[in-house]
Structures are given as C-alpha cells and as structure tokens.
Design a protein around this ligand. Structure first.
Ligand code: NDP
Ligand code: BG6
Length: 511
C-alpha cells in the first residue's frame, strides 16, 4: 500500500522573489502564418500575453506566407484561433485582431521583402512600434536561409537607430549535423548570434525551468546529486496523440530528430549540468554545452544494447483504429520510428557509472512527462532480516506535465505495534499550491525574445553537439539495416517490450 499526502507550501510567508523584464514596443512578423504552429500555438500565446499585459502596449502582428489570404480572412482565422480562449471578452479579442495584418508572398521572391519593409514602416507609424522587429520563422527549416537572405537584402536585419531586429527559429534546427551547420553558417552571414533565438518550447515550461530552481536554490539536493547517491535517472515524455496532421514533417523526422535532438537532451542537460556561477545566458549555456559534450558516444557496433526504436500499431482496446503506416500522408511501408528508448552515460566525475534512461513516443498509454531520480539503497539495514535492497529506494520525481509537481517517495513506519515499513509519497502539486494556472511555454519564450534575454534559447554550439551525439545513430540506422530494427508496439502500451531490456541489464525497470 502506498500512502499519498500533500505538502502545504506557504507562498505568502514572505514576498516572492521575482525577476521581471518589460518588453519594448515591437512588430512581430510570423513567416508560415498559414500553418499549424502559428494558429495552434503562436497566436493564442500572443493573445494570452496581450490579456496578461505581457505584450508591450505598442505592438503589431504581421503574418506572412505563400497562401493568398485577404486581411479579412486572416482576421477571421485569428478570431477562430481564439474562440475557446478562457477569460477573454469580445472587445479584447477585437482589439487584439486590430493589431493583426497579413502579407502574402513567396519566400524566395525579393519583392515580398521590399513590400514587407514598406508594411513595417506603416505599422511602425500606426502602432508606434519603434522600429523593433521580431521575425518568427514558423516554417520548415528549408526556408530559414531564403527568408534570412530576403530580410537582409531589404535591410530588415540591420539594427539601426537603437532599434532591434531578432529572428526566432524553430526546432528541429536542420535535418542533420551538415544541414544544421549550413543553416547556421548562412544565418551568420546576415545576423549576429545575439540576434538569433533558437526556440525549444520545453525550455519555456515552468516545470522544466523549475529543475534549476530545485537544484540550485535549495541546499539539500546538491550534496546528493551525484554518482555516490543516485542510482539511475529516467526521463520520459510519453504522448497519447499520434502523428495528427503533421505526417509530412514527421515522415522526414521521426522520434529521434523530433524529440531527442532537442527537448530530451535539453532536459537531460538541465538535470545533470554543473551549476553556472550565475544564471546569465552565456554562463548557463556554457554549462549545458559542457554537459552535452560529456555524453558518451553510442557504440555503433552494439547499438541494440543502447537504443530501441518502435512504431505504433492500431489497437481497438485503446480506441486507436489506425497504425502509423495507415495515417494520412504516411508511406504504407514507412520505417520512421514513433518511439525511441535509450540508455545514455555521462563521462564526467559527477555521473560516472550512473545510467540515464530516456524514452519518448507517440500513442503511448498515458500522456506524462517526468524526470525520475532513483537514489541508491541505504548502505546497511538495521532492520534485519530486511536487506537494504528490500527497502524501496527513494525516488524524486520532477513531474513536468500534465500534473505538474514534485514527488518524493520515502520509507516510513506503518502505525501499529509491529515494525512494518511502507513507501510514503510526498507530493507537491502546482495545481494545489498555485491554482490551475500554468503559464504557456510560448508566452514565456516570446516575452524573452522581446526583452532580449537569450537564456532559455539554445545556443548554436549546443545544437551542433546534440546533432553530434545522435548522428552516429542516424547514420547507422540509415546505412546498416541490422541496427535499424523497428519494433512494433500497440497503441495504448508503453512501447516495445524490448525497451525493458535496456534497463533489465542493470536490474532496473521503467517506472
Ligand atoms: P507547417 O507544415 O504547417 O508549415 C508552416 C507554413 O510554412 C505552411 O503553412 C506553409 O505556408 C509554409 N510551407 C510549408 N511547407 C512549405 C514549402 N515546402 N515551401 C514553402 N512554404 C512552405 O508547419 P508547422 O506550422 O507545423 O511548423 C512550423 C515550424 O515549427 C517547423 O519548423 C516545425 O518543425 C516547427 N514546430 C512545429 C510544431 C507544431 O506543433 N506544429 C512544434 C514544434 C516545432 P504557405 O504555403 O502558405 O507558405
Ligand atoms: C514538438 C514535437 O516539438 O513537441 C511534437 O514536434 C510533440 O511531435 C510536441 O508532440 C510535444 O510538446 P508538448 O508541449 O505537447 O509536450
């Protein structure tokens, strides 16, 4: 039996310690404004910021894409994006829509950028945006270079008269190391690194940011946070959704590129990095880079002991009637993986010998993202005949989503005359303490772009190193069929059974 208790956290005992920046007036230009990301995430995030007064009072939003959409149609699309928005009145929606406009055009046609320059000057006058521009590339990565070149030729990437010009690019940053390097080289011909914001929305999640606060604003964890006390770490990002309407993209990407090269490796880095001397963009990102550099290269000759890849199958009992290969837009013989599990080792003093197990997949049993840190058993049991290994290990669980919080399992005495022990779990839930309000990751990251804070954005060297970690795997999968075994798993399961073997080698189990 496991007992579950809630911890009461008093946030009102002293004033909260907050660091807050105010954004400058600006125009937000979204390329790919007809696409999924724009309408599902960016427009709602900008509206959320508007409602919370996180946007500057003087702002404009300009959508750009090839699709020929009139201003009125774009306004209608924006209204539709906001229909289910809680807490918004019609007046607020209309006032926000008044700040939105649209410019159609081909990304490789210089005329569009010249028209854009004219449109931006008009918006600057109308909304007093001060000439500051945030260019958000919500397009496939293949368009990053032509868009940057077009902006640069129209002098829109110049930072003149005290105004700023920043570009935001979305993951995946390229398709592989070579394409990532060439994108980066091309961008740098037109813009400085300080103008580039590589967004990984996991870094904007409150619970992901809290990893650092938990580790470095509390004295009790750091002494234990190493190979002496930690047995192993599990990082899980499980989704119940399938590929949805993104088959075109996903068929080119697969789970390793989609989740591991970015979100998963960043979470690993936050969990395992050394403390930076200061929470300042470059010092902090230096530590992320050092950690990624310390990841042990995967041994290509025995990849199946380190990684498992799978693809989901239909399962009526889970209410999933289509397997991945039957989804619209997916090749009927696709060998793209929708699940990956892996063991990683970090070759530094802190983590020598501690396995990090990572898994992520679509159509899994539950939607859950968490980081579970399992501590070593006590060195000696005073409760003979109970052996140390018979006592459940302490597990600290950083619950990223959907039930944000922190859990810690402890062994405790069960009340009564006998000496009985049981596992007790202490749970701190964001919802209980802070209410149901969880800030949207894109809101936080867009705010940081506007305030010029690159801390939560991925630096180019981290992107390259992350590709370097996974390129041997991607190469082996594409060139050596025997390393490429694709294991089917039923929708609604926890992935291929083979993924259990990765942990079983060391006597561990997935949580
Ligand atoms: P879409 O496939 O919806 O593309 C966005 C827009 O780009 C489209 O509306 C289209 O607009 C234009 N476009 C697409 N393909 C081409 C092409 N071959 N040539 C020219 N234009 C093209 O992508 P998403 O909105 O899903 O994603 C945008 C970016 O964000 C991608 O880099 C993606 O990896 C990343 N991302 C997306 C997430 C999501 O949840 N959607 C999550 C995380 C990252 P038009 O034809 O009108 O020009
Ligand atoms: C995106 C991936 O980056 O992250 C998607 O492209 C995935 O495939 C998504 O579904 C998961 O994000 P979240 O915030 O829903 O956990």
């Amino acid at each position: 039996m496991t007992t579950s208790r809630s911890l009461a956290l008093h946030t009102d005992v002293r004033e909260q310690l907050c660091i807050e920046n105010k954004p400058d007036p600006c125009t937000i230009v979204i390329f790919g404004a007809s696409g999924d990301l724009t309408h599902r995430k960016l427009i709602p995030a900008l509206f959320g910021m508007y409602l919370k007064k996180m946007l500057p009072e003087q702002f404009a939003i300009l959508g750009c894409a090839r699709s020929v959409i009139s201003e009125a149609e774009f306004a209608k699309m924006v209204r539709e994006d906001l229909t289910d928005f809680e807490g918004a009145g019609a007046d607020e929606t209309e006032e926000f829509v008044r700040h939105c406009s649209y410019l159609p055009g081909r990304y490789d046609n210089q005329q569009v950028y010249d028209e854009l320059a004219v449109a931006l000057r008009k918006l600057e006058e109308k909304f007093q945006t001060g000439g500051n521009c945030l260019f958000y590339f919500a397009t496939p990565p293949s368009l990053f270079i032509p868009i940057t070149e077009g902006l640069s030729s129209a002098r829109l990437t110049d930072e003149r008269r005290g105004s700023w010009s920043r570009i935001v690019i979305e993951k995946p940053f390229g398709h592989d190391l070579a394409s990532s390097l060439s994108i980066d080289k091309a961008l740098k011909q037109h813009v400085a690194e300080s103008q580039i914001y590589r967004i990984d929305h996991y870094l904007g999640k409150e619970t992901v940011q809290n990893i650092l606060i938990l580790r470095f604003a509390n004295a009790i964890f750091e002494p234990l946070w190493n190979r002496k006390y930690i047995d192993h770490v599990q990082i899980t990002v499980a989704e119940t959704l399938g590929v949805e309407n993104r088959a075109g993209y996903y068929e080119q990407a697969g789970a390793l590129r989609d989740m591991f090269q970015n979100h998963m490796i960043q979470m690993l880095a936050l969990t395992a990095m050394e403390p930076p001397a200061q929470f300042e963009a470059n010092r902090y990102r230096d530590e992320i880079v050092k950690l990624i550099r310390a990841i042990r290269p995967f041994p290509v000759e025995e990849l199946d002991k380190w990684l498992v890849r799978g693809q989901y199958q239909a399962a009526d009992e889970a209410g999933v009637s289509l397997s991945y290969r039957e989804e619209a837009g997916v090749d009927a013989e696709s060998s793209v993986e929708t699940f990956v599990a892996m063991k990683m080792m970090i070759d530094n003093w802190r983590w020598q010998g501690v396995p990090f197990y990572l898994r992520s997949g679509k159509r899994l049993k539950n939607r859950v993202s968490e980081i579970a840190i399992t501590f070593k058993p006590v060195p000696h049991s005073i409760f003979a005949p109970v052996q140390p290994e018979q006592l459940a290990p302490n597990v600290l669980v950083l619950k990223i989503q959907p039930e944000e919080g922190i859990g810690l399992t402890l062994e405790a005495k069960t009340p009564g005359p006998k000496l009985c022990m049981n596992s007790l779990s202490l749970n701190f839930s964001y919802k209980d303490i802070f209410g149901g309000f969880t800030p949207n990751a894109y809101e936080r990251l867009l705010l940081d772009c506007m305030t010029g804070d690159q801390t939560l954005f991925v630096r180019n060297d981290a992107v390259e190193l992350a590709w370097e970690v996974f390129m041997p795997v991607l190469d082996a999968w594409s060139k050596t069929p025997e390393t490429n075994a694709l294991r089917p798993y039923k929708a609604g399961s926890w992935g291929p059974v083979k993924a259990d073997d990765l942990l079983a080698q060391a006597g561990h189990k997935w949580r």
